[in-house]
Write a protein that binds this ligand. Structure first.
Ligand code: CP
Ligand code: NVA
Length: 301
């Protein structure tokens, strides 16, 4: 059984196949020829963290595919009261055709897959955000016409987004340079993986070094969900890591800027850069819908 637990588990071919399917589903939806690929199927959506895009795009996506989606908050299910994931997995597998989960620990997602018997989709953990990165790759390919040979730069925290972008970019033939302060590096497993790609992965301390000649510049919040109490300490650590006009002048002139959202203008990105690239950023948000529909069809059909 295939899952989407993290992009490290997927091959470049898996990614490419889902991106092609996402393009097809987007085309079909826009031209009124959408098919009900998942008619009669049900997706359970477990949320232990807040969400706007992930929740709405999965629910709408499932509806458009002819199925239905069930919102399961940890606040009012037994999950929030400590029922073991091993039991939740085995129970929900008997009702549902697939589960999307947004939670803290990556191990919880892996356990769902281990004990359940239906496809599991990671809708964000502290470790990674694979659905977002599939939408990001889809958006880059749409705008640039290819992924192979392009340079991506990620400026900021070595968080779930940086981890997934490193893996997704390298597996898609892109090179990636990241800039992060000391103690905010990407996960060691991801760095280990990236080393196999030699010069295609570079890690810097200064954003300027990372962004030179970039085709795509990406950033994300400095304090992720669950890190709210450290926000001030983090803001200090990330001083100088803002994506602003001065930094963008070092990237290629036609560089794309992406942000998974929500964005904090004046922190990781200026309002000027954000608004100059708003069309790209909101296309990226729309593509969550198409990319996730592709993931669901790929795993659940
Ligand atoms: N980018 C993203 O995952 O957004 P939400 O937190 O709103 O789902
Ligand atoms: N790094 C952010 C991404 C939000 C979509 C977080 O985990 O909060």
């Amino acid at each position: 059984m295939k899952h989407l637990l993290k992009l490290l588990d997927w091959s470049g071919e898996d990614i490419n196949e889902v991106l092609n399917l996402a393009d097809q589903l987007k085309y079909e939806q826009k031209h009124g020829i959408a098919k009900k690929y998942l008619e009669g199927k049900t997706l359970g959506m477990i949320f232990e963290k807040a969400s706007t895009r992930t929740r709405v795009s999965f629910e709408v996506g499932m509806f458009q595919l002819g199925g239905s989606a069930l919102f399961l908050s940890s606040n009012n299910t037994q999950i929030g009261r400590g029922e073991p994931v091993e039991d939740t997995a085995r129970v929900l597998s008997r009702y549902l055709d697939g589960i999307m989960i947004r939670t803290f620990e990556q191990s919880e997602v892996e356990s769902l897959a281990q004990y359940g018997s239906i496809p599991i989709i990671n809708g964000l953990t502290d470790f990674c955000h694979p659905c977002q990165v599939l939408a990001d790759l889809m958006t880059i390919r749409e705008i640039k016409g290819r992924l192979d040979g392009l340079k991506m730069s990620f400026i900021g925290d070595g968080n779930n987004m940086m981890n997934s972008l490193i893996v997704g970019a390298l597996k898609s033939g892109m090179s990636i340079s990241v800039a992060c302060p000391e103690n905010y590096e990407p996960d060691a497993k991801v760095v280990e993986f990236a080393k196999e790609y030699g010069d295609k992965f570079k890690m810097f301390r200064t954003p300027k070094e990372a962004v030179v000649d970039a085709d795509v510049v990406i950033t994300d919040v400095w304090a992720s969900m669950g890190q709210e109490e450290e926000a001030q300490i983090r803001a200090k650590a990330f001083e100088g890591y803002q994506v602003n006009d001065e930094l963008m002048s070092l990237a290629k002139e036609d560089a794309v800027v992406l942000h998974c959202l929500p964005a904090h203008r004046g922190e990781e990105i200026t309002a000027e850069v954000f608004e100059a690239h708003a069309d790209e950023i909101f296309e990226e948000a729309e593509n969550r819908l198409h990319a996730q529909k592709a993931v669901m069809v790929y795993l659940m059909r």
